[in-house]
Design a binder for this molecule. Structure first.
Ligand SMILES: [Zn+2]
Length: 463
């Protein structure tokens, strides 16, 4: 399988690409953030392209390892097609801003800037032009992707990169055109394009489906037609739309109303200085600076909020091997487990670095046991960080049992109730001790200090 993607994501600017209308189209009343420019009225005069949108495009291109097209005119072209969401009858799309990059081992053909059309609802025949003219970045990959899984991983990492940049609207606004061709049983099929897939999962499903469909055609001796297909999300299948357009069908011409952009070396330098650390650079730094292993670093940086939390927790506890290990355990393992279980992202969970610092201090001071600490992590996530670990511990009485008599009582009860385990231990099966400890933990609802329980168990059993 050979797959190339054309990925569109909205750039987070206040105003539209060629006018001063607000880009807020989600909360606004339909057709209120519009003007003659974004309505495509004849004679309307567009403004020069939004500067921030151009800067973000340069940044994205840089982060994807592209060469920036400098000291050369970058035109906006009119790409013609007929659809109710496009009142002017053409979409403005720039010539490449960056070319020949590479990301996750996949070649990047080009990065350019374009405008989003409005929103048309075919069921009701109504159009809302609030979205019309919102800046979009388009990333065109080379046909280097070889499996649905690779496409999914690539897109996930790309969205992480966008979160690092903080000036794109992310997966919620992503639309991808998926190009796929296969070579099967020595037969080369034509390229099929599936338009407007709007999630990472969707891209994965499209590729899975097309692989099977195209293989079956070749198996039967048929020809995979060069065509454009639509993705029917509700049924997870693709359906033929039309035979594939060629560049001529779009009748590209430079837009005479818009002055070309020229990017200088100096401007690129200025932008480079403002660029955040890439996930890959952060990963390398975490390994070098904190001595954590490659896999832990990879997991932590896959979520910018988690990476930042890790660093804040370690710094606030003081950088040492012990504190780094504790931060990895309680963030990368336990907190992440709980977030995944409760299906919530860290940034919306309300759990803050301060909470984890407090939790680790409670563990280090022997106030709570490991087992209780795990429960507190869950409670932090469930309470959306509204209660601190200390508050949870006090409220629920989860502190470690300091009362030696109570502990001894639990140990003796465990021994009395489990004669078989005692017998096993005395006949040399040392692992029976773990079983007995588990029983003590159960009796104390996890509030016993494991080290002390082992000591007490041994004292009594060895007598
Ligand atoms: Zn406007």
């Amino acid at each position: 399988m050979k797959c190339g993607l054309e990925i569109h994501v909205q750039i987070d600017t206040k105003s539209k690409l060629f006018c001063n209308c607000s880009t807020n189209y989600l909360d606004a009343e339909p057709n209120t953030n519009v003007c003659p420019v974004c309505l495509g009225l004849p004679g309307a005069k567009p403004l020069p392209p939004n500067k921030k949108a151009v800067e973000v495009s340069i940044m994205v291109a840089k982060m994807l390892g592209c060469k920036i097209v400098v000291d050369k005119d970058i035109y906006f072209q009119r790409k013609h097609y007929d659809y109710p969401d496009l009142p002017s009858g053409y979409q403005r799309t720039s010539t490449p801003i960056g070319i020949d990059g590479e990301f996750m081992g996949i070649g990047i053909h080009e990065v350019h800037l374009e405008e989003d059309p409005g929103q048309y609802n075919p069921s009701f025949g109504i159009v809302d032009y609030n979205r019309s003219g919102t800046p979009l970045i388009e990333i065109v990959t080379k046909p280097d992707i070889k499996s649905p899984e690779e496409a999914r991983e690539f897109l996930k990492q790309l969205m992480t990169l966008f979160r690092y940049l903080g000036c794109l609207r992310g997966e919620g606004t992503m639309r991808a055109d998926v190009n796929i061709s296969i070579e099967y049983m020595g037969v080369q099929g034509n390229r099929v394009e599936v338009k407007n897939v709007n999630s990472i999962k969707g891209v994965y499903k499209v590729l899975k489906y097309e692989l099977i469909r195209q293989k079956n055609i070749i198996k039967r001796g048929g020809e995979v037609k060069r065509e454009t297909r639509a993705f029917l999300e509700s049924q997870m299948i693709t359906k033929a739309m039309r035979s594939k357009e060629t560049a001529e069908d779009y009748r590209y011409i430079p837009d005479p109303d818009i002055q070309p952009i020229v990017i200088s070396e100096k401007w690129v330098k200025e932008i480079e200085e403002k660029m955040p650390e890439t996930p890959l650079a952060k990963r390398k730094r975490f390994v070098e600076e904190y001595g954590i292993d490659e896999e832990d670093a990879k997991v932590l940086v896959s979520d910018l909020d988690m990476a930042e939390m890790f660093e804040n927790v370690v710094k606030s506890l003081g950088v040492s091997k012990e504190n780094v290990d504790l931060a990895v355990t309680w963030i990368r393992n336990e907190l992440r487990r709980s977030l995944q279980y409760h299906k919530v992202d860290l940034y919306e969970s309300g759990v803050k670095a301060e909470h984890i610092v407090e939790l680790i201090k409670l563990i280090k001071d022997g106030v709570i046991s490991q087992k209780i600490a795990k429960e507190i992590v869950d409670l932090l996530v469930i309470n959306r960080g509204k209660k601190t670990p200390k508050e949870i511990v006090e409220e629920l009485g989860l502190t470690v049992i300091k009362d030696e008599n109570a502990l001894v009582k639990a140990v003796e009860e465990a021994i009395k109730n489990n004669p078989k385990a005692v017998e096993d231990y005395l006949s040399g099966k040392k692992e029976a001790l773990n079983f007995l400890m588990g029983q003590v933990m159960r009796l104390t609802r996890g509030r016993a200090e494991p080290k002390r329980v082992i000591e007490l168990l041994k004292e009594r059993l060895d007598k």
